[in-house]
Design a protein around this ligand. Structure first.
Ligand code: UGA
Length: 449
């Protein structure tokens, strides 16, 4: 049987990983985006963002001729393919709700193409959209532009994505589950068959459901993970008030309970990235617009807003007035293995330190170019972790890159003006560090030292 031809609209994280994922399994894929520079990079084999392993896979797919990137031309691409994944961005509006302008424009082009198309085509929404969007916004636009009936003349599915930055390609190839929301049985069957072919013998559990349930599954999953993080950060904050208490041990013990599980219980300076902060806000806004105030999610957000500022508080506790003090920041990306700084916890930390008059030098293995565009010349950048520490009065570890875990107390003592370390991600062994230098770890009852 001929493999279906696939188009992907939107070549961001989700779109490009989906495109490369299918192309790596010998599907013929066209990735379409309005951003010329992005597509030029993709066609040259360079992913437009840092993602381990993606460059090799992308080059392979281009060499085999399974993947090509095109600028615009959405209508032509729809006519030439059988299935279209829509993976355009859904940014936040100031009130927390999502902005559907890119989605509406993409769907409008798809509808126009479907007007001219005689063969059955399935449109699959992969972007994160609040419950009701596919049914109430996407479907009417498709029908208006195509003058045809969704569910009869062509198909429509909602298929959320659960990949993580930093392991995006692996997550695409080895999913825990595939969620297929569909407007009708036939659309869902087409997508299910696609995934059966894609995963072959390693097929994950497939959940078939309605469009709005599929949409909600994505938000509920991210909200649960964000809740786990704010929960453990709350416990960390309590631990700090109890001499001898350590959130790391609490989390390890809690995680052994199968009902709780060990993952996403790493206390730290809070969650960032392009997903959790935006998705929690969107679910809160959606729920409020429907008449239900989800207070739990408000608290999750509130804890996350305050958590990074604790690094500044620790700093002041130890150094007093921060005016003119030199602070070394290790880690800028919102998490390791990415250069993404969207909603990175380091941003409020640096802004607050600057307000307090501190001089900041920062280092990150890959995110410095992105950080330069955010902070311009307000802060300095070092070319290594050791150089970042030079003559600093205090160091704050913000992102747990593996290379920072290798630093020893001697590295801090030899290079800093005063060896004061704030471990914002709990990567260092307190016993080793406390004996040799001034060491504050998030979630550790300090007077035990
Ligand atoms: C998250 C989800 O994990 C993915 O399943 C989802 O598909 C994705 O959002 C999305 O909606 O597209 P991602 O944002 O790439 O993925 O990053 P995570 O690994 O989930 O980390 C998010 C933030 O939480 C990071 O800032 C990280 O440092 C923080 N975190 C994570 C903690 O503070 N503690 C933890 O235990 C785990």
């Amino acid at each position: 049987m001929r493999k279906p031809k696939i188009s992907v609209i939107g070549a961001g994280y989700v779109g490009l990983c989906t495109a490369v994922g299918f192309a790596s399994k010998n599907y013929n894929v066209v990735a379409c985006d309005v951003d010329e520079e992005k597509i030029a990079k993709i066609n040259a084999g360079i992913p437009p963002f840092h993602e381990p392993g993606l460059q090799e896979k992308l080059s392979d797919c281009l060499k085999k001729g399974n993947l090509k990137g095109v600028v615009g031309q959405t209508e032509r691409v729809i006519l030439e393919t059988d299935l279209t994944f829509v993976a355009v961005g859904t940014p936040s509006k100031p009130d927390g709700s999502i902005d559907l302008k890119y989605m509406e424009s993409a769907v409008c082009s798809i509808g126009k193409a479907l007007k001219q198309k005689d063969t059955y085509h399935v449109t699959i929404i992969k972007s994160t959209v609040v419950p009701g969007t596919t049914q109430n916004t996407v479907k009417p636009i498709l029908e208006r532009e195509s003058k045809k009936a969704v569910g009869k003349d062509f198909g429509l599915c909602m298929n959320p994505e659960f990949l993580r930055q930093g392991s995006a390609f692996q997550d695409t190839i080895n999913a825990d589950r595939v969620v297929i929301g569909s407007i009708d049985e036939r659309s869902g069957n087409v997508l299910e068959d696609l995934y059966k072919g894609f995963y072959s013998t390693r097929l994950p559990t497939i959940i078939r459901t309605s469009l709005s349930t599929a949409e909600l599954i994505k938000y509920a999953s991210n909200s649960m993970l964000a809740t786990k993080i704010s929960f453990i950060n709350t416990i960390a904050n309590i631990c700090e008030q109890i001499p001898g208490a350590d959130v790391k041990v609490v989390a390890t013990a809690m995680g052994l309970d199968k009902r709780i599980g060990p993952l996403f219980l790493d206390a730290g300076l809070g969650y960032g990235g392009s997903c959790f902060p935006k998705d929690i806000k969107a679910l809160i806004a959606c729920s409020k617009s429907l008449g239900y105030d989800p207070e739990l999610l408000d608290s999750v957000e509130q804890v996350n807003k305050m958590q990074p500022l604790k690094a500044v508080m620790f700093c002041k506790d130890m150094l007093g007035d921060l005016e003119g003090k030199k602070i070394a920041i290790l880690g800028l990306a919102f998490k390791p293995d990415t250069d993404d700084m969207r909603e990175a916890r380091v941003i409020p930390i640096i802004h607050q330190l600057l307000k307090e008059g501190a001089n900041i030098t920062a280092y990150d293995p890959v995110a410095i170019p992105v950080a330069k565009s955010i902070f311009k010349n307000q802060i300095q950048f070092a070319d290594s972790a050791i150089n970042c520490l030079k003559n600093a009065d205090c160091c704050i570890l913000v992102t747990e890159w593996p290379e920072f875990k290798k630093l020893t107390p001697e590295d801090f003592i030899k290079n800093m003006r005063q060896p004061v370390l704030i471990d914002g991600r709990r990567v260092y062994d307190p016993e080793t560090f406390v004996r040799k230098m001034t060491f504050v770890a998030l979630g550790l009852g300090q007077s035990s030292n």
